[in-house]
Design a protein around this ligand. Structure first.
Ligand SMILES: [Zn+2]
Length: 254
């Protein structure tokens, strides 16, 4: 019964970009949890141990997540709201989510991110949530933008309105290893541009750049610069995991 009610909604397409609406798919998957639990008993996505229900972690892995003690700043100016620090356990979750096709993890990761984002000021316009963009080839390879899924989850939790295509990645970013900081900055600023057709959505608004993991000071700085130039009133960053401060402004993410 549940299945027959849900299936007619497919194929679910995202209206702005006409790609598969994976949030809708994840929602459908949640309806199917009782069936899935029988076929695939719940496992901790970090270590594989049996757990009580889907979308959770085992007690040991929860305990191993490192919760930041304070809000860090990118470029010493822009606040970075991170649910966890990047360590072995958060890395396994990110790998399962981003490279293992475990899109159902977006809900748990998004919920953890929402818990560290400040509440919007009452009476203020909703915050604009902008995912870090993927190049179209990477999007085609992976099938989804993991940052966009997290932004949609944050929106569902009342943290703002999503503008999926406010930023566009025009070029594939080569491996940045071995390049100096200035060269990385130039490459990423050339690769990530503001989408001018979204100017009215961003101008004068408080914007949060959303990503799964912030190993890249250069990537976030390119996004921040593009949104600031587009007239955003303020820019912050939200991520599931961030590296420690010493590495925040010196990275090699591609
Ligand atoms: Zn575990």
């Amino acid at each position: 019964m549940l299945i027959t009610r849900a299936l007619p909604r497919l194929p679910a397409k995202c209206k702005p970009c006409d790609t598969l609406d994976v949030v809708a798919v994840a929602r459908l998957a949640r309806h199917l949890v009782p069936v899935v639990d029988v076929l695939y008993p719940p496992r901790c996505p970090a270590c594989g141990d049996a757990i009580a229900q889907q979308e959770g972690l085992c007690v040991e892995c929860w305990a191993k997540l490192a919760i930041p003690s304070h809000v860090e700043h990118a470029g010493d100016v822009v606040p970075v709201y991170a649910a966890t620090l990047y360590n072995d356990t958060s890395r396994k979750l990110v790998l399962a989510y981003k490279h293992g096709g475990r899109i159902g993890l977006s809900r748990m990761l998004g919920r953890m991110m929402a818990s560290v984002l400040p509440e919007p000021l009452s009476g203020a316009s909703p915050t604009i949530l902008v995912p870090v963009p993927l190049h179209r080839w990477r999007l085609w390879q992976r099938g989804y933008n993991q940052a966009a899924l997290l932004a949609k989850e944050l929106a569902q939790m009342g943290k703002g309105d999503v503008v999926l295509d406010a930023l566009l990645r025009h070029r594939r970013t080569p491996n940045l290893g071995g390049l100096g900081r200035d060269a990385r900055e130039r490459l990423l600023r050339d690769a990530i541009k503001f989408n001018v057709v979204r100017a009215r959505s961003v101008a004068g608004r408080n914007v949060v750049v959303v990503d799964d993991v912030l190993t890249s000071g250069a990537t976030s700085r390119a996004c921040i610069a593009a949104l600031t130039d587009a007239g955003a009133a303020s820019v912050a960053v939200a991520c599931f995991a961030r590296v420690e401060h010493d590495h925040l402004n010196d990275d090699t993410k591609t």
